[in-house]
Design a binder for this molecule. Structure first.
Ligand SMILES: [Zn+2]
Ligand SMILES: [Zn+2]
Length: 254
C-alpha cells in the first residue's frame, strides 16, 4: 500500500496567519518543508483510494499533488482542521463514499452547507471496533480520546497493519493498544514536541508509545508552530530507531 501525506500541519498550519514567531517567519522566508498545510493523508489500497480527513486546505493540496482519484473519505472527527474542506467535494466529479461515525456525520451536517452533504458523498456509517471489509483489505475504526469524539483506524492489507490514531491524547483504551501492538507502522498526530498538551499526545510521548506497543515504525504528523521546525525535528528523529517526521508530499510504500 502507498501512503501519501498531503498536509502535515495542525489546526493553524505553518506559517500560522498573523504570527511572527521565529518558526512562522522562517517558514515564510524559506518555504519547502517548513511550510505545512492542514492534516490529510491518502491511503492507496487495492482498487480503492481512501482519503483520511478534509482540511480547509484540501482543494489546494489535491491540486498540488495531482490527486485525481478518491473513492472514499474517512472523517476522524468534526474539528474544522479535519473537516472544513468537505464542502470542496461538492465540485468533485465522481462518486464518493463517506466513512464517518454517526455523531461525526451529524456534526458536519450541522455546518451551514450541511444539507448538501448527502449529495456530496454516500454516507457509510461505521461502528468503532467493527471491521469494514473490502476485497483485499479491511480497516477497523477505533475510538481515541480527544476533546470531541474522534476515531483512528487500523488498516490490514496483505499481512501488514498500519494504525493511524488521528488527534488523540496520550490515553488509550486497551482495545486501541491491542490494535497497535506489533503493528508495522504507527502514524500519530503530534502537534507539540513535549508534554503537557491538553487533548494531544506529543512527539516524546509518541516515541514512548511506539516502544510500548512494539510498532516497527512510527511516523509523526500534524505539527504546529510551537513544535520544532521541520529540519530540527528530522535531525532529532534521525537519532531514533524507525521514527520518521512527515512533511507535506512525503510518500511511502508499506
Ligand atoms: Zn487536528
Ligand atoms: Zn482535533
Amino acid at each position: 500500500m502507498r501512503i501519501k501525506f498531503l498536509g502535515t500541519g495542525s489546526a493553524e498550519g505553518i506559517p500560522a496567519i498573523n504570527c511572527d514567531c521565529d518558526h512562522c517567519q522562517r517558514a515564510r522566508k524559506e518555504g519547502e518543508r517548513l511550510v505545512r498545510g492542514r492534516n490529510a493523508v491518502l491511503f492507496s489500497l487495492p482498487g480503492y483510494e481512501l482519503l483520511v480527513d478534509t482540511p480547509p486546505d484540501i482543494r489546494w493540496l489535491l491540486s498540488r499533488y495531482n490527486v485525481r482519484r478518491i473513492d472514499g473519505i474517512f472523517l476522524t472527527h468534526p474539528h474544522h482542521d479535519h473537516t472544513g474542506g468537505m464542502e470542496e467535494f461538492l465540485y468533485w466529479k465522481g462518486n464518493l463514499d463517506l466513512f464517518a461515525e454517526t455523531s461525526v456525520y451529524n456534526a458536519v451536517r450541522r455546518e451551514a452547507w450541511g444539507d448538501k452533504l448527502p449529495e456530496t458523498a454516500f454516507h457509510c456509517a461505521f461502528h468503532p471496533g467493527m471491521p469494514v471489509w473490502f476485497d483485499g483489505f479491511l480497516f477497523t475504526p477505533f475510538a481515541v480520546s480527544h476533546t470531541v469524539s474522534c476515531f483512528g483506524l487500523a488498516i490490514y492489507r496483505g499481512g501488514r497493519r498500519i494504525v493511524y490514531t488521528s488527534d488523540t491524547s496520550n490515553r488509550f483504551s486497551n482495545y486501541a493498544r491491542s490494535l497497535m501492538q506489533g503493528s508495522d507502522l504507527l502514524i500519530v498526530n503530534t502537534p507539540r514536541f513535549s508534554p503537557p498538551h491538553t487533548g494531544h499526545i506529543t512527539c516524546l510521548e509518541a516515541v514512548e508509545l511506539k516502544e510500548q506497543v512494539g510498532a516497527e515504525r512510527l511516523i509523526m504528523t500534524h505539527f504546529n508552530h510551537n513544535n520544532l521546525p521541520a529540519d530540527e525535528l528530522a535531525e532529532w528523529a534521525r537519532g531514533l530507531d524507525g521514527v520518521t517526521v512527515a512533511y507535506d508530499g512525503l510518500e511511502i510504500e508499506v
